[in-house]
Design a protein around this ligand. Structure first.
Ligand code: CU
Length: 109
């Protein structure tokens, strides 16, 4: 195997490995709580917030990041986001500011 082919194999293996590691992490919303309220994930993971209330709507607002408040989502709906940046990201629910959570993004090992 010449050098270039070898490099190509190594790169594609690394790439497919990092792709395979990205995972979905579920946060359920019930009785006006994010469960769990704090999660630790790796860069590239996707967080899916599922509203499992009977009738209450919510949103997931990263207010501290200076973002606009997103739309509400209703029971049986979800909201999702992929985290590529490392750091701690706090959020709350726009209509219910007592509902707070945070996402801690660490480097994939
Ligand atoms: Cu809410």
């Amino acid at each position: 195997m010449n050098k270039r082919v070898w490099l190509c194999v190594v790169v594609s293996v690394l790439f497919s490995t990092s792709q395979a590691q990205a995972k979905d992490v579920i946060v359920e919303i019930y009785k006006k709580q994010f469960m769990p309220s704090e999660i630790i994930i790796e860069a590239g993971d996707r967080v899916i917030w599922k509203n499992i209330e009977k009738r209450q709507y919510h949103n997931v607002w990263f207010k501290g990041s200076g973002e606009e408040e997103p739309d509400y989502f209703f029971p049986d709906e979800s909201y999702q986001r992929i985290f590529d940046q490392l750091g701690t990201f706090s959020y709350e629910c726009g209509p219910h500011p007592k509902m707070k959570g945070r996402v801690i993004v660490k480097n994939a090992e």
